[in-house]
Design a protein around this ligand. Sequence first.
Ligand SMILES: *Cc1c(COP(=O)(O)O)cnc(C)c1O
Length: 394
Amino acid sequence: MTRSTGSGQGWRDDFGDRMLRSTPLPQAQLVRGEGAYVWDDDGKRHLDFLAGIAVNALGHAHPAFVDAVSRQAAILAHVSNYFATPPQLALAQRLLRLAGADEHGRVFFCNSGTEANEAAIKLARRTQRPRILALEDSFHGRTTGALALTGKPALREPFEPLLPGVEHLPSTIEALEHAIGPDVAALVLEPIKGEAGVRDLPTGYLETARVLTAEHGALLILDEIQTGAGRTGSWFAFQRHGIVPDAMTLAKGIGGGFPIGALVTFGAASGLFEPGQHGTTFGGNPLATATADAVLAEIERAGLVENAARRGRQLRDGIAGLPLVAELRGEGLLIGVGLSAEVAPDVVSTALELGLIVNAPNPSTIRLAPPLIIGDAQVEMFLALFAKALEAHA
Ligand SMILES: *Cc1c(COP(=O)(O)O)cnc(C)c1O
């Protein structure tokens, strides 16, 4: 018998029957989106405060996104990397300008965050040094190289042995001072650890990491896949620390929903690859790069980086007094709400029933990553719904 896929619960059975068991069962089936809202297959509207995990920077179905995809699909979608295209060069130029790179800055395009980190690992290998330092509790992706960097043993262990030479350090300046040396190729880290529950680094960590890596000739590689593209209230999180890394990896928000990743290199690191040493069929194709360029142009035009900072403050002020709230972490519109009890998954379920999408990266944290376009009305609506969801479990 053919099951219904349009509404009700049929999709759950279909999912179990057809999708590989590599992810948990989804919470709902979504069919449409507009702005900060999505609709499920029962026609119920949800306020989306996760934005596809910090991806939908412009929300859903934004005219700038829709126009860019449609227009470029009708002009030229894909040509392979044997050919240059105008959108690819335009996006590279925009990213380098926004990152504050000088004339040595370069960009490599790929299709996802984990692939950007694979490129970064190969860049590190080019130093011919054997050790790569990463942080405990970090997340860098699911392909085997990026997984080796990921500081979550439960994710790594089922797939070992992985890339050798990777060490996971506690996130303290002392641990870094102890581990750094002339045989270190790179230190790879997230400026704010998103999947760990939006965990900030200790004050002064990035500044010290820059000094120590430079002193020992190691690369400082920042994974800004979750923090980049304006989410934290600056274009890239490192820019609030007065440092420049040797490389950074990007994905998620730069495409606003179109799959794209990038490795941006600064200074001498830009000269480590030789022609032919890395590549990808889809990476940097005109459809993806035209869309990402339009998304970033709209973030600039509409002042959404400033909006992320302002709405972030407004949200923090409103959340601070709510039940169960013990701690607020993160920056701008990447917020970790630390709860005083391990009820985050229950809060997520109740919120969904109320028409609010949030996420629990661990049992005591709610992560908020709304679209950068949110305004006053959505912040107020969020605070009312979130208060109800928390009260239900206080
Ligand atoms: C999401 C994420 C990745 C992996 O990106 P994918 O596009 O899922 O491969 C890597 N690093 C960080 C910090 C992320 O948040």
